[in-house]
Design a protein around this ligand. Structure first.
Ligand code: HEM
Length: 200
């Protein structure tokens, strides 16, 4: 095995994790925008959003695991868990460490969704926006590949897509049609459908 294999693996896994995160954030915004109303939305749409989040964490584990295994730059436990502990591009790596904690909080809170209040879950979930920003900054300032034109174009496209959809979501927030509420039956309302009232 080439001594550079771990280094290549950490970079490749970092890029895939970032793309999975982008897709998950975009999918989440589309779901929240009401394009697929909650009561008519097929279950797989939400499952896909969850899966993209899980894949992000999976590739992130590979990114960090390969970084620790690599011997070119030493990364120990403190370097991967405490912001600014690493001497290697400290600010850029700190952005990655903060993004990792935030990502974990989003994933764990979603797993515990039924046990925590909706308000708490939502507050944590909204941190996905700054997380995406932190990861984008981390990739651009820490990444070896950031100078490649393809990397630059991809970064531009992902940031433009997330910012564009977020602005659209904010602009249309409130104009979304509300779910029709059930008709309330009163004693004077006529019977509905085949319902029989009174003795025959
Ligand atoms: C403990 C947290 C993290 C640490 C210590 C860390 C460390 C690093 C390091 C040292 C690099 C530079 C590799 C190079 O020079 O090419 C890097 C690049 C990168 N990281 Fe992270 N990272 C962390 C979290 C994340 C997260 C959360 C993501 C995405 C979800 C991510 C995505 C990337 C990307 C896209 C690159 C650029 C790869 C390249 O240009 O080849 N990282 N990371």
């Amino acid at each position: 095995m080439s001594p550079q294999t771990w280094w290549f693996l950490t970079r490749a896994a970092g890029i895939v994790a970032w793309l999975m995160l982008t897709a998950s954030v975009l999918w989440g915004i589309v779901l929240a925008s009401g394009a697929f109303p909650e009561h008519r939305r097929p279950a797989w749409l939400l499952d896909a959003h969850r899966w993209l989040g899980a894949l992000t964490v999976g590739f992130l584990s590979l990114h960090i695991g390969a970084l620790v295994a690599d011997s070119y730059v030493h990364f120990g436990l403190a370097d991967i868990t405490i912001p600014f502990a690493s001497d290697w591009k400290p600010a850029a790596v700190a952005a990655g460490v903060l993004a990792m904690w935030s990502l974990l909080a989003v994933q764990v809170s979603s797993l515990l969704r039924k046990r925590i209040s909706k308000r708490t879950w939502r507050a944590i979930h909204l941190s996905s926006y700054p997380t995406f920003l932190l990861v984008s900054l981390h990739g651009v300032f820490a990444g070896t590949d950031a100078t490649q034109p393809l990397y630059g174009w991809t970064t531009g496209a992902t940031v433009a897509a997330v910012v564009g959809l977020t602005v659209h979501r904010l602009a249309t927030h409130g104009s979304r049609p509300r779910r029709p509420s059930r008709p309330v039956r009163t004693s004077s309302s006529p019977p509905v459908g085949n319902a029989r009232v009174g003795p025959r």
